[in-house]
Write a protein that binds this ligand. Structure first.
Ligand code: NAD
Ligand code: UDP
Length: 323
């Protein structure tokens, strides 16, 4: 059935890939974004499609729309971006969730919320199942994002219990791919930019901290599977690739795949509250959504390198100053 679907943060990295998939399926797609961490070029190719509409709007303000489904993705996601204006970040998570839940309640729309593995903080349980309640510093530099996302999850479940809003909550683990902002400061974008320029690869700490990297196409499959999951399955459900790498291993893969001669060196201490390890337990996603990622790191990195080679860096806003 064709639906009217709202994607907040729809011009961002994940949002633009989601819009692509929804437009291709024939749905009537409303992409809403304030372009804080993205630019129109991510959705430029969709602007001529009859079933695509772009609205510049900030989710911290209410909006009146008539839709059947909402994907709530609006929020800066990279540490450098969300620490740029931390008060705005937590407002975006909390007020954005309230406004989108209010809209969902009014029009009886199903709402999927993009939460994050950051709700687990620096985890003491490894890998992380959904039942783990996390180890988050509520007053540190990552708290604007982590606690904002935790409060948004609370709001999702309170609107569900109190107002019967049809909610779906996903916890996304590190995802990478084409259309990442080249200056977002995230590890994959930094390393690929540095490798292509022949610059030193900047390890934070000794590079022994770990992450599990999911290619964007796999993630969007999971997101769509969750939106279409059975009634009554609210999540939260982890979506990510359970293959874990140290950051040094990631650097080695990127240097090798890009044929670069860059050296890999520690450039600074590990940032405050930087999680030492992260890896999703995806048993629930396998069981409920029949979903698991299929694209190995090396293949996804090659596709991402191709994207970075194809863009003109001067058309992107410079890095945020504080990371
Ligand atoms: P992104 O920064 O590329 O996209 C976020 C989009 O939201 C951008 O287009 C930005 O301009 C927009 N936005 C920010 N504040 C807004 C506001 N107040 N009003 C309207 N639009 C606003 O990041 P992404 O990686 O595509 O992340 C999308 C969502 O997925 C985020 O909610 C993020 O927290 C979540 N997530 C992403 C990852 C990942 O690894 N990519 C991991 C965990 C969670
Ligand atoms: N990192 C790094 N060098 C960089 C950027 C990041 O070593 O140039 C590390 C960072 O300290 C963290 C990991 O890579 O341990 C992932 O960082 P990112 O900002 O991509 O996302 P996070 O998972 O921390 O939100």
């Amino acid at each position: 059935m064709l639906k009217r679907i709202l994607v907040t943060g729809g011009a961002g990295f994940l949002g633009s890939h989601l819009c692509d998939r929804l437009v291709r399926s024939g749905h009537d797609v409303v992409c809403l974004d304030n372009f804080f961490t993205s630019q129109k070029s991510n959705v430029e190719h969709l602007l001529d499609c009859r079933n695509f509409e772009l609205i510049r709007h900030d989710v911290t303000e209410p909006i009146v729309l008539e839709v059947d489904e909402i994907f709530n993705l609006a929020c800066p996601a990279a540490p450098g971006h969300y620490q740029y204006n931390p008060i705005k970040t937590i407002k975006t998570s909390v007020l954005g969730a309230i406004n989108m839940l209010g809209l969902a309640k009014r029009v009886h729309a199903r709402i999927l919320h993009a939460s994050t593995s950051e709700v687990y903080g620096d985890p003491s349980v490894h890998p992380q199942p959904e039942s783990y309640r996390g180890n988050v510093n509520p007053i540190g530099p990552r708290a604007c994002y982590d606690e904002g996302k935790r409060a948004a999850e609370t709001l999702m479940f309170d609107y569900h219990r109190q107002n019967k809003v049809d909610i779906k909550v996903i916890r996304i683990f590190n995802t990478y791919g084409p259309r990442m902002h080249p200056y977002d400061g995230r590890v994959v974008s930094n390393f690929i930019r540095q490798a292509l320029a022949g610059e030193t690869i900047t390890l934070y700490g000794d590079g022994s901290q770990s992450r599990s990297f999911c290619f964007v196409d796999d993630l969007i499959d999971g997101m769509l599977a969750m939106m279409n999951a059975r009634d009554g399955f609210t999540g939260p459900v982890n979506l990510g690739n359970p293959t874990e790498f140290t950051i040094r291993e990631l650097a080695e893969v990127i240097v090798e795949a890009s044929g670069s001669s860059s050296r890999i060196e520690q450039s600074r201490e590990l940032p405050e509250d930087d999680p030492l390890q992260r890896k999703p337990d995806i048993s629930l996603a396998k069981q409920e959504l029949d979903w698991e990622p299929s694209i190995p790191l090396r293949e996804g990195i090659e596709k991402t390198i191709e994207f970075f080679k194809s863009i003109d860096l001067s058309t992107y806003r410079a890095p945020t100053p504080n990371y």
